[in-house]
Design a protein around this ligand. Structure first.
Ligand code: PEP
Length: 253
């Protein structure tokens, strides 16, 4: 059985105090209403990683992710954070290829591949994000677009490395827009991604790969999305900033 995951991407939100309150609330709610079969991940901004991680520590199903990692091991890269640094403060997952980093920080396919390698070398699992812009969907080129993103970065991983990664399908037109992909649109793309992965690696590895949906998921639409055969959970932006909404999404499985 593949792992079910709900990951909250806090992006550049929350003060230190607010971040600690949020993770404490999530932790308390999970203790009372949690689902033992769902891995829950929180992705706070860098300065809060260690403190948030400490508060999450007692809860075996609440894990820590970073929003970014350097492709370099160490050295003169001002402002960057290495995989070894993340590992040393308890990070277990890292987002790679989020559309905001591709767009605003011009991260290309080769860089994303290197970031995944750097994370994997430290035992950190990449959550590789892919997804098409609206023009590609409107032109009916969304499958090719996402297939190419996988080919350009993920296909170069070894079989052993691939076993460690999570994929997040996030159509750009649905991120932060309040416009969600329909469950049918999500399912057909997730099935397509799994099919592509089975060609790059093998069918069993592709079957076991967790594929998350991201893009304006909320407590009202999560149940329908998560009920799809190839949707193994969600990468949640806005709705992960409210403990009640985030916990309700987790309970939607
Ligand atoms: C995201 O940025 O990963 C995301 C899914 O955001 P939102 O849920 O706010 O659309």
């Amino acid at each position: 059985m593949r792992k079910k995951i709900v990951a909250g991407n806090w992006k550049m939100n929350k003060t230190y105090e607010e971040a600690l309150s949020l993770v404490s609330e999530i932790d308390n709610m999970l203790q009372d209403e949690g689902r033992g079969d769902v891995t829950v991940i929180v992705t706070p901004p860098f300065p809060y990683l260690q403190s948030v991680g400490k508060l999450a520590q007692g809860n075996g199903n609440l894990l820590l992710a970073a929003q970014n990692v350097s492709e370099h091991e160490s050295g003169a890269y001002t402002g960057e954070v290495s995989a070894a640094m993340l590992k040393s403060v308890g990070v277990e997952y890292v987002l790679v290829g989020h559309s905001e980093r591709r767009q605003y920080h011009h991260e290309d396919a080769q860089t994303l591949y290197k970031k995944m390698k750097a994370a994997l070398a430290q035992g950190i699992k990449p959550i590789f994000c892919c997804g098409e812009p609206l023009e590609e969907r409107d032109a009916d080129r969304h499958f090719e677009y996402v297939g190419q993103q996988l080919k350009d970065s993920v296909s170069y991983l070894s079989n052993e490395e691939f076993d460690q990664i999570v994929i997040a399908y996030e159509p750009i037109w649905a991120i932060g827009t309040g416009r969600t992909a329909s469950s049918q649109q999500a399912q057909e793309m997730h099935a397509y991604i799994r099919e592509q992965l089975s060609r790059m690696f093998d069918a069993e590895a592709a079957f076991n790969c967790t594929i998350l949906y991201g893009g304006s998921a909320n407590p009202g639409n999560a149940k329908e999305l998560f009920s799809q055969a190839d949707v193994d959970g969600g990468l949640i932006g806005g709705a992960s900033l409210k403990s009640r909404d985030f916990t309700d999404i987790i309970k939607s499985f």
